[in-house]
Design a protein around this ligand. Structure first.
Ligand code: FES
Length: 156
């Protein structure tokens, strides 16, 4: 169930679009941020009702984009490493292995303390600074093992 604040934020977002259905990505972002990083079916049903869409259309948007975590709770810091062509050529697989070893989890898993989730994603549009990863809303680029260690150390 959307909170009053989430409903207000969504109403503000709706003003940006001539067609309320166009606010679906904003709605998903608002709800995901309010749920600690993931979206459940009930949220999508409510979004569909507010935006006057079919639930399947909201589900299609939520499951198409890797930035939405549907029915999949993530840790406090969601690490998404790009493994597309530029990042792969520049060492993404090595960075992924380093993260798996350092966090002692496999890709797709969350640490037992729920602090980190490790995922891989397709191109995040930062190919010139490969290899790169996104942690929550921030990009980290030109990664090396040492840089990854520094980044993880600075996350609370
Ligand atoms: S290939 Fe990694 S950001 Fe584009």
């Amino acid at each position: 169930m959307l909170t009053e604040n989430e409903k207000k934020e969504l109403q503000a977002a709706l003003k940006k679009y001539p067609n309320r259905r166009s606010a679906v990505m904003d709605a998903l972002r608002i709800v995901q941020n309010g749920r600690g990083g993931h979206i459940v079916k009930e949220d999508m049903l409510e979004i569909a009702s507010i935006l006057e869409m079919q639930p399947a259309e909201v589900n299609a948007a939520a499951t198409f984009y890797t930035m939405y975590n549907v029915n999949k709770p993530v840790g406090k810091h969601h690490i998404q490493v790009c493994r597309n062509i530029s990042c792969s050529l520049m060492g993404a697989e090595h960075i992924i292995k380093h993260l798996e070893r350092t966090l002692d989890i496999k890709t797709g898993q969350t640490t037992p303390d729920k602090k980190f989730t490790l995922s891989t994603v397709e191109c995040l549009g930062s190919c010139a600074t490969a290899p790169m990863m996104q942690i929550n809303d921030d990009y980290y680029e030109n990664l090396t093992d040492q840089k990854v260690d520094e980044i993880l150390k600075n996350l609370k």
